[in-house]
Design a protein around this ligand. Structure first.
Ligand SMILES: [Zn+2]
Length: 136
């Protein structure tokens, strides 16, 4: 099963923010050199409704942190914010979403539908989505 099929089975549909979560989660995990599933804590703040809140499920897929293991902590915010912490070393990073990303993804969603927008996010250069900023 490929990555997108697995994501769709877990989340119920494919969408751009789901894939953003998968990609930035994976990249942040690597940046802080954390062990997937158990060596990581993810703090995410999102608006309380889809499509942007779908980011949370993508982060679960990308990092292995889950609400059930209590290493994924979700709160509300007007625009998405993510922080990833290596729980073994304390190394951490925040994700700075690209300027205008919510509007861009909303446009892709409207013009092309959720599957095509999801694929476009999968194929986009990571810099087009976000920067991963190490914390001191
Ligand atoms: Zn969704």
């Amino acid at each position: 099963m490929n990555e997108l099929d697995r994501a769709e089975e877990f989340h119920g549909h494919l969408g751009p923010w789901l894939v953003v979560g998968m990609r930035v989660g994976q990249a942040a995990l690597e940046r802080v050199d954390a062990r997937k599933y158990f060596g990581v804590r993810v703090e995410v703040a999102v608006p309380p409704a889809p499509p942007v809140s779908c980011l949370v499920d993508g982060l679960q897929l990308g990092t292995g942190a889950t609400t059930g293991k209590a290493n994924l902590v979700v709160s509300r915010a007007d625009s998405p914010r993510v922080r990833v912490i290596n729980t073994e070393t304390g190394r951490s990073a925040t994700i700075a979403f690209a300027e205008g990303l919510p509007a861009k993804l909303a446009a892709w969603l409207k013009e092309e539908g959720d599957r095509a927008a999801a694929r476009r996010v999968l194929e986009a250069p990571l810099e087009e989505l976000c920067a991963i900023v190490p914390e001191p």
